[in-house]
Design a protein around this ligand. Structure first.
Ligand code: NAD
Ligand code: TYD
Length: 351
Protein backbone atom coordinates (compact mmCIF):
# COMPACT_ATOMS: atom_id res chain seq x y z
CA UNK A 1 0.00 0.00 0.00
CA UNK A 2 1.30 3.43 -0.96
CA UNK A 3 1.60 5.99 1.82
CA UNK A 4 -1.07 8.64 1.44
CA UNK A 5 0.09 12.20 1.92
CA UNK A 6 -2.28 15.17 2.05
CA UNK A 7 -0.88 18.50 0.85
CA UNK A 8 -3.22 21.45 1.45
CA UNK A 9 -2.97 24.61 -0.66
CA UNK A 10 -1.11 22.73 -3.39
CA UNK A 11 -2.50 24.93 -6.17
CA UNK A 12 -0.94 28.05 -4.66
CA UNK A 13 2.55 29.49 -5.03
CA UNK A 14 4.66 27.45 -2.59
CA UNK A 15 2.23 24.51 -2.46
CA UNK A 16 2.55 23.87 -6.20
CA UNK A 17 6.35 23.61 -5.92
CA UNK A 18 5.99 21.21 -2.97
CA UNK A 19 3.40 19.05 -4.78
CA UNK A 20 5.63 18.85 -7.90
CA UNK A 21 8.67 17.86 -5.82
CA UNK A 22 6.79 15.16 -3.89
CA UNK A 23 4.95 13.71 -6.90
CA UNK A 24 8.15 13.44 -8.94
CA UNK A 25 10.49 12.37 -6.15
CA UNK A 26 8.24 9.88 -4.33
CA UNK A 27 6.40 7.57 -6.75
CA UNK A 28 5.83 5.35 -3.70
CA UNK A 29 3.52 8.02 -2.18
CA UNK A 30 -0.02 8.85 -3.21
CA UNK A 31 -0.18 12.65 -3.10
CA UNK A 32 -3.60 14.20 -2.51
CA UNK A 33 -3.71 17.95 -3.15
CA UNK A 34 -6.60 19.64 -1.34
CA UNK A 35 -7.26 23.20 -2.44
CA UNK A 36 -10.32 25.48 -2.49
CA UNK A 37 -9.02 27.28 -5.60
CA UNK A 38 -9.46 30.75 -4.18
CA UNK A 39 -8.19 33.68 -6.28
CA UNK A 40 -4.65 32.50 -5.30
CA UNK A 41 -5.06 28.86 -6.34
CA UNK A 42 -4.39 27.91 -9.95
CA UNK A 43 -4.29 24.36 -11.29
CA UNK A 44 -2.33 25.60 -14.27
CA UNK A 45 0.64 25.69 -11.86
CA UNK A 46 0.58 21.87 -11.87
CA UNK A 47 -0.26 20.98 -15.45
CA UNK A 48 3.10 19.22 -15.95
CA UNK A 49 2.30 16.62 -13.26
CA UNK A 50 -1.48 16.40 -13.16
CA UNK A 51 -1.72 13.18 -15.14
CA UNK A 52 0.77 11.28 -12.96
CA UNK A 53 -0.72 8.17 -11.39
CA UNK A 54 0.42 9.06 -7.86
CA UNK A 55 -1.36 12.45 -7.90
CA UNK A 56 -4.97 13.30 -7.06
CA UNK A 57 -6.54 16.76 -6.87
CA UNK A 58 -9.52 17.37 -4.58
CA UNK A 59 -11.33 20.70 -4.63
CA UNK A 60 -12.56 21.55 -1.15
CA UNK A 61 -12.43 24.03 1.69
CA UNK A 62 -10.55 23.39 4.93
CA UNK A 63 -13.08 25.55 6.79
CA UNK A 64 -15.74 22.85 6.16
CA UNK A 65 -15.30 20.42 9.09
CA UNK A 66 -17.71 17.76 7.80
CA UNK A 67 -15.96 17.68 4.44
CA UNK A 68 -12.46 17.59 6.00
CA UNK A 69 -13.43 14.78 8.42
CA UNK A 70 -14.92 12.71 5.61
CA UNK A 71 -11.83 13.23 3.44
CA UNK A 72 -9.53 11.96 6.23
CA UNK A 73 -11.79 8.93 6.75
CA UNK A 74 -11.91 8.19 3.01
CA UNK A 75 -8.17 8.43 2.28
CA UNK A 76 -6.74 7.52 5.69
CA UNK A 77 -3.79 9.85 5.29
CA UNK A 78 -0.41 8.86 6.75
CA UNK A 79 0.86 12.43 6.70
CA UNK A 80 -0.23 16.02 6.21
CA UNK A 81 1.69 18.99 4.84
CA UNK A 82 -0.48 22.01 5.58
CA UNK A 83 0.12 25.06 3.38
CA UNK A 84 -3.42 26.28 2.60
CA UNK A 85 -3.84 29.81 3.89
CA UNK A 86 -4.88 33.31 3.12
CA UNK A 87 -1.39 34.74 2.64
CA UNK A 88 -1.39 38.40 1.64
CA UNK A 89 -0.82 41.00 4.40
CA UNK A 90 -2.61 43.83 2.55
CA UNK A 91 -5.74 41.70 2.08
CA UNK A 92 -5.63 40.82 5.80
CA UNK A 93 -5.76 44.52 6.62
CA UNK A 94 -8.90 45.05 4.52
CA UNK A 95 -10.59 41.69 5.33
CA UNK A 96 -9.25 40.10 8.55
CA UNK A 97 -12.12 37.65 8.96
CA UNK A 98 -11.20 35.56 5.91
CA UNK A 99 -7.77 35.06 7.54
CA UNK A 100 -9.25 34.02 10.88
CA UNK A 101 -11.56 31.54 9.17
CA UNK A 102 -9.07 29.85 6.85
CA UNK A 103 -5.85 30.17 8.81
CA UNK A 104 -7.18 29.43 12.30
CA UNK A 105 -10.47 27.51 11.96
CA UNK A 106 -9.23 25.67 8.86
CA UNK A 107 -6.07 24.55 10.69
CA UNK A 108 -8.06 23.35 13.72
CA UNK A 109 -10.35 21.35 11.42
CA UNK A 110 -7.32 19.55 9.96
CA UNK A 111 -5.84 18.97 13.43
CA UNK A 112 -9.13 17.50 14.68
CA UNK A 113 -9.51 15.25 11.65
CA UNK A 114 -5.91 13.99 12.04
CA UNK A 115 -6.37 13.43 15.79
CA UNK A 116 -9.55 11.45 15.14
CA UNK A 117 -8.04 9.32 12.35
CA UNK A 118 -4.74 8.63 14.12
CA UNK A 119 -6.31 7.94 17.53
CA UNK A 120 -4.26 5.22 19.24
CA UNK A 121 -1.86 4.81 16.31
CA UNK A 122 0.32 7.87 15.97
CA UNK A 123 3.48 5.95 14.97
CA UNK A 124 4.83 6.89 11.54
CA UNK A 125 2.28 9.69 11.22
CA UNK A 126 3.18 13.35 10.83
CA UNK A 127 1.30 16.64 10.73
CA UNK A 128 3.57 19.31 9.26
CA UNK A 129 2.41 22.91 9.61
CA UNK A 130 4.08 25.42 7.25
CA UNK A 131 4.27 28.93 8.68
CA UNK A 132 5.95 32.28 8.31
CA UNK A 133 8.66 34.35 10.01
CA UNK A 134 6.11 37.18 10.31
CA UNK A 135 4.80 35.59 13.55
CA UNK A 136 7.94 36.88 15.32
CA UNK A 137 7.08 40.52 14.62
CA UNK A 138 9.38 43.27 13.44
CA UNK A 139 13.14 43.59 13.94
CA UNK A 140 15.25 46.71 14.34
CA UNK A 141 18.51 47.10 12.41
CA UNK A 142 20.23 44.18 14.15
CA UNK A 143 19.45 40.64 15.31
CA UNK A 144 17.68 37.71 13.71
CA UNK A 145 14.66 35.54 14.52
CA UNK A 146 15.51 32.21 16.16
CA UNK A 147 13.09 29.40 16.98
CA UNK A 148 12.84 30.74 20.55
CA UNK A 149 12.13 34.38 19.67
CA UNK A 150 8.85 35.29 21.42
CA UNK A 151 5.87 35.65 19.11
CA UNK A 152 4.81 39.25 18.42
CA UNK A 153 2.56 39.25 15.34
CA UNK A 154 1.45 42.68 14.19
CA UNK A 155 -0.84 42.19 11.18
CA UNK A 156 -4.09 40.21 10.99
CA UNK A 157 -2.24 37.81 8.65
CA UNK A 158 0.67 37.18 11.01
CA UNK A 159 -1.66 37.05 14.05
CA UNK A 160 -3.76 34.37 12.34
CA UNK A 161 -0.63 32.36 11.43
CA UNK A 162 0.72 32.77 14.99
CA UNK A 163 -2.57 31.51 16.36
CA UNK A 164 -2.47 28.46 14.08
CA UNK A 165 1.15 27.74 15.15
CA UNK A 166 0.09 27.85 18.82
CA UNK A 167 -2.82 25.50 18.14
CA UNK A 168 -0.56 23.01 16.33
CA UNK A 169 1.80 22.99 19.33
CA UNK A 170 -1.18 22.69 21.71
CA UNK A 171 -2.31 19.53 19.87
CA UNK A 172 1.23 18.13 20.27
CA UNK A 173 1.33 18.80 24.01
CA UNK A 174 -2.28 17.97 24.82
CA UNK A 175 -3.10 15.08 22.48
CA UNK A 176 0.44 13.93 21.54
CA UNK A 177 -0.34 14.61 17.88
CA UNK A 178 2.96 14.10 16.00
CA UNK A 179 3.55 17.59 14.64
CA UNK A 180 6.45 19.51 13.17
CA UNK A 181 6.52 23.19 12.17
CA UNK A 182 8.61 25.57 10.11
CA UNK A 183 8.71 29.36 9.82
CA UNK A 184 10.15 30.72 6.60
CA UNK A 185 11.08 34.13 5.23
CA UNK A 186 9.77 35.74 2.00
CA UNK A 187 9.78 33.40 -1.00
CA UNK A 188 10.31 34.39 -4.62
CA UNK A 189 10.02 32.35 -7.81
CA UNK A 190 7.65 31.16 -10.53
CA UNK A 191 3.87 31.01 -10.02
CA UNK A 192 3.55 33.69 -7.32
CA UNK A 193 0.33 35.67 -7.53
CA UNK A 194 1.14 39.18 -8.82
CA UNK A 195 -0.20 40.97 -5.74
CA UNK A 196 3.12 40.22 -4.00
CA UNK A 197 6.01 42.63 -4.48
CA UNK A 198 8.26 40.87 -7.03
CA UNK A 199 5.70 39.61 -9.59
CA UNK A 200 3.71 42.84 -9.19
CA UNK A 201 6.75 44.95 -10.08
CA UNK A 202 7.70 42.71 -13.03
CA UNK A 203 4.17 42.91 -14.39
CA UNK A 204 3.96 46.68 -13.94
CA UNK A 205 7.30 47.26 -15.67
CA UNK A 206 6.08 45.19 -18.61
CA UNK A 207 2.99 47.38 -18.80
CA UNK A 208 4.83 50.68 -18.07
CA UNK A 209 2.71 51.16 -14.94
CA UNK A 210 3.89 52.91 -11.73
CA UNK A 211 5.86 50.73 -9.30
CA UNK A 212 4.25 51.36 -5.88
CA UNK A 213 6.78 51.49 -3.03
CA UNK A 214 5.23 51.69 0.44
CA UNK A 215 6.62 54.42 2.70
CA UNK A 216 10.30 55.15 2.10
CA UNK A 217 11.12 51.72 0.70
CA UNK A 218 13.54 51.09 3.57
CA UNK A 219 11.72 48.06 5.02
CA UNK A 220 13.87 44.95 4.86
CA UNK A 221 12.90 41.42 3.86
CA UNK A 222 14.96 38.21 3.62
CA UNK A 223 14.31 36.48 0.27
CA UNK A 224 14.53 32.74 -0.38
CA UNK A 225 14.08 30.94 -3.73
CA UNK A 226 10.82 28.96 -3.54
CA UNK A 227 12.42 25.71 -4.77
CA UNK A 228 14.88 25.88 -1.87
CA UNK A 229 11.91 26.27 0.51
CA UNK A 230 10.32 23.17 -1.07
CA UNK A 231 13.57 21.23 -0.51
CA UNK A 232 13.65 22.34 3.13
CA UNK A 233 10.02 21.24 3.53
CA UNK A 234 10.89 17.82 2.07
CA UNK A 235 13.74 17.40 4.57
CA UNK A 236 11.73 18.62 7.55
CA UNK A 237 8.81 16.35 6.67
CA UNK A 238 11.10 13.30 6.49
CA UNK A 239 13.84 14.06 9.02
CA UNK A 240 12.49 16.79 11.31
CA UNK A 241 12.04 15.84 14.95
CA UNK A 242 8.47 15.57 16.24
CA UNK A 243 7.38 18.59 18.29
CA UNK A 244 10.16 20.77 16.86
CA UNK A 245 10.15 24.02 14.91
CA UNK A 246 12.67 24.90 12.20
CA UNK A 247 13.36 28.41 10.91
CA UNK A 248 14.11 28.61 7.17
CA UNK A 249 15.76 31.63 5.53
CA UNK A 250 17.89 32.78 2.64
CA UNK A 251 20.46 34.88 4.56
CA UNK A 252 19.66 37.41 1.85
CA UNK A 253 18.35 40.74 3.17
CA UNK A 254 17.25 43.57 0.89
CA UNK A 255 15.56 46.90 1.43
CA UNK A 256 12.48 47.03 -0.78
CA UNK A 257 13.82 49.97 -2.76
CA UNK A 258 17.18 48.31 -3.49
CA UNK A 259 15.43 45.12 -4.56
CA UNK A 260 13.06 47.00 -6.87
CA UNK A 261 15.92 49.04 -8.37
CA UNK A 262 17.84 45.84 -9.08
CA UNK A 263 14.74 44.35 -10.66
CA UNK A 264 14.31 47.49 -12.80
CA UNK A 265 17.87 47.29 -14.13
CA UNK A 266 17.61 43.59 -15.01
CA UNK A 267 14.26 44.22 -16.71
CA UNK A 268 15.73 47.10 -18.75
CA UNK A 269 18.41 44.75 -20.07
CA UNK A 270 15.92 41.98 -20.86
CA UNK A 271 13.52 44.40 -22.59
CA UNK A 272 16.39 46.09 -24.50
CA UNK A 273 15.60 49.45 -22.92
CA UNK A 274 18.03 52.14 -21.75
CA UNK A 275 19.16 51.43 -18.18
CA UNK A 276 17.11 53.78 -15.95
CA UNK A 277 13.89 53.51 -17.96
CA UNK A 278 12.09 51.26 -15.47
CA UNK A 279 13.41 53.10 -12.39
CA UNK A 280 11.50 56.16 -13.61
CA UNK A 281 8.30 54.23 -12.87
CA UNK A 282 9.12 54.00 -9.13
CA UNK A 283 6.38 55.80 -7.16
CA UNK A 284 6.39 56.20 -3.39
CA UNK A 285 2.89 55.60 -2.00
CA UNK A 286 1.25 55.67 1.43
CA UNK A 287 2.84 53.15 3.79
CA UNK A 288 1.16 49.87 4.72
CA UNK A 289 -0.61 50.18 8.11
CA UNK A 290 1.60 48.65 10.83
CA UNK A 291 4.30 47.86 8.25
CA UNK A 292 6.91 45.55 9.83
CA UNK A 293 10.37 47.11 9.48
CA UNK A 294 12.67 44.15 9.11
CA UNK A 295 12.61 40.36 8.99
CA UNK A 296 15.75 38.23 9.24
CA UNK A 297 16.14 34.54 9.97
CA UNK A 298 18.75 32.63 11.91
CA UNK A 299 18.61 29.29 10.05
CA UNK A 300 21.45 27.63 11.98
CA UNK A 301 19.20 24.95 13.53
CA UNK A 302 18.06 23.44 10.23
CA UNK A 303 21.58 23.78 8.87
CA UNK A 304 23.16 21.98 11.82
CA UNK A 305 20.46 19.35 12.37
CA UNK A 306 19.39 18.53 8.83
CA UNK A 307 22.24 19.90 6.73
CA UNK A 308 19.88 22.15 4.72
CA UNK A 309 21.00 25.43 3.26
CA UNK A 310 19.89 27.40 0.20
CA UNK A 311 21.25 25.76 -2.96
CA UNK A 312 20.65 28.61 -5.39
CA UNK A 313 22.50 31.92 -5.31
CA UNK A 314 20.19 34.94 -5.28
CA UNK A 315 21.54 36.32 -8.60
CA UNK A 316 20.73 33.06 -10.34
CA UNK A 317 17.32 32.50 -8.74
CA UNK A 318 16.27 36.10 -9.33
CA UNK A 319 17.23 36.02 -13.01
CA UNK A 320 15.47 32.66 -13.44
CA UNK A 321 12.34 34.10 -11.80
CA UNK A 322 12.27 37.19 -14.01
CA UNK A 323 12.72 35.01 -17.13
CA UNK A 324 9.83 32.82 -16.02
CA UNK A 325 7.41 35.76 -15.75
CA UNK A 326 8.60 37.16 -19.08
CA UNK A 327 8.13 33.79 -20.78
CA UNK A 328 4.78 33.00 -19.17
CA UNK A 329 2.76 36.05 -20.17
CA UNK A 330 -0.32 33.84 -20.78
CA UNK A 331 -0.20 32.64 -17.16
CA UNK A 332 -0.06 36.23 -15.94
CA UNK A 333 -2.82 37.45 -18.22
CA UNK A 334 -5.16 34.61 -17.34
CA UNK A 335 -4.92 35.11 -13.58
CA UNK A 336 -5.18 38.89 -13.78
CA UNK A 337 -8.93 38.51 -13.94
CA UNK A 338 -11.62 41.14 -13.39
CA UNK A 339 -11.61 40.38 -9.66
CA UNK A 340 -7.91 41.09 -9.33
CA UNK A 341 -8.26 44.33 -11.25
CA UNK A 342 -10.92 45.46 -8.78
CA UNK A 343 -8.65 44.57 -5.82
CA UNK A 344 -5.79 46.46 -7.45
CA UNK A 345 -7.85 49.61 -7.94
CA UNK A 346 -9.09 49.56 -4.32
CA UNK A 347 -5.61 48.89 -2.97
CA UNK A 348 -3.66 51.56 -4.86
CA UNK A 349 -6.04 54.24 -6.13
CA UNK A 350 -6.38 56.01 -2.80
CA UNK A 351 -2.68 55.87 -1.87
P1 NAD B 1 -0.82 31.35 -1.79
O1 NAD B 1 -1.78 32.41 -1.37
O2 NAD B 1 -0.09 31.49 -3.08
O3 NAD B 1 -1.59 29.94 -1.86
C1 NAD B 1 -2.51 29.54 -0.88
C2 NAD B 1 -3.29 28.35 -1.44
O4 NAD B 1 -4.23 27.94 -0.43
C3 NAD B 1 -4.11 28.69 -2.69
O5 NAD B 1 -3.97 27.67 -3.66
C4 NAD B 1 -5.55 28.75 -2.17
O6 NAD B 1 -6.53 28.38 -3.15
C5 NAD B 1 -5.51 27.77 -1.01
N1 NAD B 1 -6.54 28.07 0.00
C6 NAD B 1 -6.78 29.28 0.57
N2 NAD B 1 -7.81 29.17 1.44
C7 NAD B 1 -8.20 27.86 1.42
C8 NAD B 1 -9.19 27.14 2.10
N3 NAD B 1 -10.01 27.74 2.98
N4 NAD B 1 -9.31 25.81 1.88
C9 NAD B 1 -8.49 25.19 0.99
N5 NAD B 1 -7.53 25.84 0.29
C10 NAD B 1 -7.39 27.16 0.51
O7 NAD B 1 0.18 31.18 -0.56
P2 NAD B 1 1.74 30.82 -0.55
O8 NAD B 1 2.51 32.05 -0.70
O9 NAD B 1 1.97 29.67 -1.46
O10 NAD B 1 1.89 30.32 0.96
C11 NAD B 1 1.67 28.96 1.31
C12 NAD B 1 1.90 28.79 2.81
O11 NAD B 1 3.24 29.15 3.12
C13 NAD B 1 1.00 29.67 3.67
O12 NAD B 1 0.61 28.92 4.79
C14 NAD B 1 1.88 30.83 4.07
O13 NAD B 1 1.49 31.37 5.32
C15 NAD B 1 3.24 30.16 4.14
N6 NAD B 1 4.40 31.05 3.87
C16 NAD B 1 4.44 31.81 2.73
C17 NAD B 1 5.57 32.60 2.47
C18 NAD B 1 5.70 33.44 1.22
O14 NAD B 1 6.67 34.17 1.06
N7 NAD B 1 4.77 33.36 0.26
C19 NAD B 1 6.64 32.60 3.37
C20 NAD B 1 6.56 31.79 4.52
C21 NAD B 1 5.44 31.01 4.74
P1 TYD C 1 4.87 41.32 0.12
O1 TYD C 1 5.35 40.71 -1.15
O2 TYD C 1 3.42 41.70 0.24
O3 TYD C 1 5.30 40.34 1.30
P2 TYD C 1 5.24 40.55 2.93
O4 TYD C 1 4.40 41.72 3.25
O5 TYD C 1 4.61 39.28 3.37
O6 TYD C 1 6.66 40.71 3.36
O7 TYD C 1 5.71 42.63 0.39
C1 TYD C 1 7.12 42.61 0.50
C2 TYD C 1 7.57 44.00 0.93
O8 TYD C 1 7.28 44.92 -0.13
C3 TYD C 1 6.83 44.52 2.15
O9 TYD C 1 7.75 45.29 2.94
C4 TYD C 1 5.77 45.44 1.56
C5 TYD C 1 6.42 45.97 0.31
N1 TYD C 1 5.48 46.28 -0.82
C6 TYD C 1 5.57 47.52 -1.47
O10 TYD C 1 6.41 48.39 -1.13
N2 TYD C 1 4.71 47.76 -2.52
C7 TYD C 1 3.79 46.84 -2.92
O11 TYD C 1 3.01 47.14 -3.86
C8 TYD C 1 3.72 45.58 -2.25
C9 TYD C 1 2.72 44.53 -2.64
C10 TYD C 1 4.61 45.33 -1.20
Amino acid sequence: MKKKILITGGAGFIGSHVVRLFVNKYPEYQIINLDALTYAGNLENLKDIDSKSNYIFVKGNITDLAFVTELFQEFKFDGVLHLAAESHVDRSISDPLAFITTNIVGTVNLLNAAKELWKGEMDDKKFYHISTDEVYGSLGPTGKFTETTPYDPRSPYSASKASSDHLVRAYFHTYKLPVVLSNCSNNYGANQFPEKLIPLVINNIKNSKPLPIYGKGDNIRDWLFVEDHALAIDQIYHEGRIGETYNIGGDNEWTNIDLVKKLCDIMDKKLNQDIGTSQKLITYVKDRAGHDMRYAIDASKIEKELGWKPSIQFEEGFEQTIDWYLENTDWLERILSGDYEKYYENQYDNR
